[in-house]
Design a protein. Sequence first.
Length: 207
Amino acid sequence: MRRKARILILCKTYPSPSATYAETSCVAGMDEHGALIRLFPVPFRLIGQEQQFAKWQWIEASIEKSTQDHRPESHKIGVDTIRPQETLPAGDWLLRRRQLEKLHVYESFEALEQARLDLGVTLGLLRPARITGLQIRKAGTEQWTAEELEKLEQMQRQASLFDEDEVASIKRLEKVPFDFYYDYECLVGGQVVSHTHKISDWEACEL
């Protein structure tokens, strides 16, 4: 069932090739009550400029529970219903923190994993004891595969799916030749546990 929701955008992944949408991103946000929401698919670069949104911006849109992704936070968004609203000002971390305080904070990846096992939680805010490093590694492939190129180029062949003038102005999605990882530590039962997790955030890839 579709419902109207007001969502604060917290992150967007770098786009990846899609057989249906040419390219698509996964977006995560929270509603006004502090419930985390995963929005997928979002063909972000292909939607109208007036419907595009930024990190830390509120949007209003119609969403419905995804029938193909059974994770409780996963929803589909009616792209044509997106109405960008106010953005929390850059640098006003007190205002942003007031929103994040509505979320449950996990002190370790192990605690988040336990919540997944017990409650089905698959999206969460993790606060490690210490971030120990940032790794930048060469990607396994520096170019798109033939299959990925086929997905990306279908946009030009099926311009009727989007605004033809806008499609013509969009450059082919760049393949980022690096992968990014956080190294961090958590305290679990008084013991230090180390983790390395990949960063798929759009901002990291854009940088």
